[in-house]
Design a protein around this ligand. Structure first.
Ligand code: NIG
Ligand code: FE
Length: 421
């Protein structure tokens, strides 16, 4: 029998388990309950977490298992679950730094899209790229996400906008998932923008999505979720509902880019269709927030996007006080958030939305896992979950946010193997 591979992480200043009292997403005060173990140890056996507890308890536990032990001394460090990034547009070709300069001169993000740039500019470069080129360019970004502590990433399509190019993007995500230690979770987002060829007839593009793209994506098992950019001038609430309901009929769980630039009622629609998550929410109404609070939908907040678009961020404090389950994500994409740093997002959540260091850790781990339907496997340090762990060069978890815009990642363990050291 093959000998077990054991990683024994010992003497950490703090092991932040993020373990909750229940299996449900964290809300309100519970969002700050991090289950911290001072002077803690974590023991990983093969690709699973076997034990988390104090150093003394760990010594006893170690006596009960046999295998090849690698010991990591975590003295002076904080140990957390692998960070989860539940909203990215990771798979694309090219870049849009010229639009960044236009926006610095006052041109609006949405006006660039309306003039055929923005998402449509990345669509052009993504259509021109081969699957191999997409994998290669996206792999660079995925490596950076990993170096910043992320061990699971959601990735959306939406820069193909033809049947073949949407499938190409999703197949590139599948390929990258096979090649790379980080786990990718795929979302079909054919409804990211209306391509030029359908400008005069957007309803026909909606039908292409519902009648052709969704059935093909489902038959090839290329995505778990279906997302829509529900926004003035992009997809209406009615069209979004049609697309998300079509996705549901094919087993794709709904997600929504909601109330990002202007209020449209996206948060309300998220609750109506039973969305797993509603994202952005910069302009969400009081009513939308109340509805989210009374639902299972996770609010995925993207403070790096608000920062990069130079907009007011989402009302995280109101949401948390009303009882909404919030998560955080990079929104990594070439137009509104060209970053691969979850630590920056977590810093920005504190500084621009006044979330506390404790809240952001839970929002970037267990609640982010809930936002992609993976909370039973990842997002906290609990026996039985995947051995996805990060060691940070910080003496306590508050230091992670206090010492901002630097990468404090020391070691990343993915599936029980050291992936970054
Ligand atoms: O989440 N809002 C729509 N989609 C992305 C931006 C994509 C892009 O600009 O390329 C977002 O911000
Ligand atoms: Fe997005």
């Amino acid at each position: 029998m093959k000998s077990k591979s054991i990683i024994y992480i010992k003497s950490a200043n703090q092991v932040v388990t993020v373990k909750g009292a229940s299996q449900l997403p964290k809300r309100g005060r519970d969002l700050s309950e991090l289950g911290i173990i001072e002077n803690g140890s974590v023991i990983l056996v093969d690709d699973r977490i076997a034990f988390a507890g104090t150093d003394d308890e760990a010594v006893n536990y170690l006596d009960t298992v046999t295998g090849n032990v690698t010991t990591i001394n975590a003295a002076g460090k904080v140990v957390t679950p692998g960070l989860v990034d539940p909203h990215t547009h990771l798979i694309f070709a090219g870049s849009r730094e010229k639009e960044f300069e236009m926006r610095l001169q006052g041109v609006k993000y949405i006006d660039i899209l309306k003039q055929g740039g923005g998402i449509l500019s990345s669509t052009k470069s993504t259509r021109e790229a081969t699957l191999e080129q997409l994998v290669e360019q996206s792999c660079v970004r995925l490596n950076r996400l990993l170096q910043h502590g992320v061990t699971t990433v959601e990735a959306k399509s939406g820069y193909g906008l033809t049947v073949e190019d949407e499938l190409k993007q999703l197949r590139a995500a599948r390929r990258l998932n096979e090649l790379h230690p980080v786990d990718l979770v795929s979302t079909f987002m054919g409804a990211h923008a209306v391509p030029a060829e359908y400008k005069e007839n957007p309803e026909a593009f909606v039908s292409l999505i519902t009648d052709e793209m969704i059935p093909l994506v489902a038959s090839e098992n290329l995505a778990e979720f279906c997302d829509v950019f529900c926004e003035e001038g992009v997809f209406t609430v009615k069209q979004s509902e049609r697309i998300l309901e079509a996705g549901k009929r094919y087993g794709l769980k709904p997600k929504i880019h909601a109330d990002e630039i202007v209020y449209t009622g996206g948060a309300e629609l998220a609750v109506k269709v039973g969305a797993v998550s509603a994202e952005h929410l910069l302009q969400a109404s009081d009513e939308g927030i109340r509805k989210l609070a009374g639902s299972q939908t996770i609010a995925v907040l993207l403070p790096a996007t608000a920062f990069f678009l130079m907009e007011q961020p989402a009302r995280a404090r109101t949401m948390i006080e009303e009882g909404v389950a919030v998560a955080l994500s990079t929104d990594c994409n070439p137009g509104s958030s060209p970053t691969q740093s979850m630590p920056f997002v977590m810093n920005a959540a504190c500084i621009t939305m006044r979330m506390t260091p404790a809240e952001v850790l839970a929002a970037a781990t267990i609640n982010a896992a809930h936002a992609i339907g993976r909370a039973d496997q990842i997002g906290s340090i609990e026996a039985g979950k995947k051995a996805d762990i990060v060691l940070f060069n910080a003496s306590n978890y508050q230091m992670l946010q206090y010492n901002f815009a630097v990468n404090l990642v020391d070691t990343v363990i993915k599936n029980g193997r050291i992936a970054v050291k």
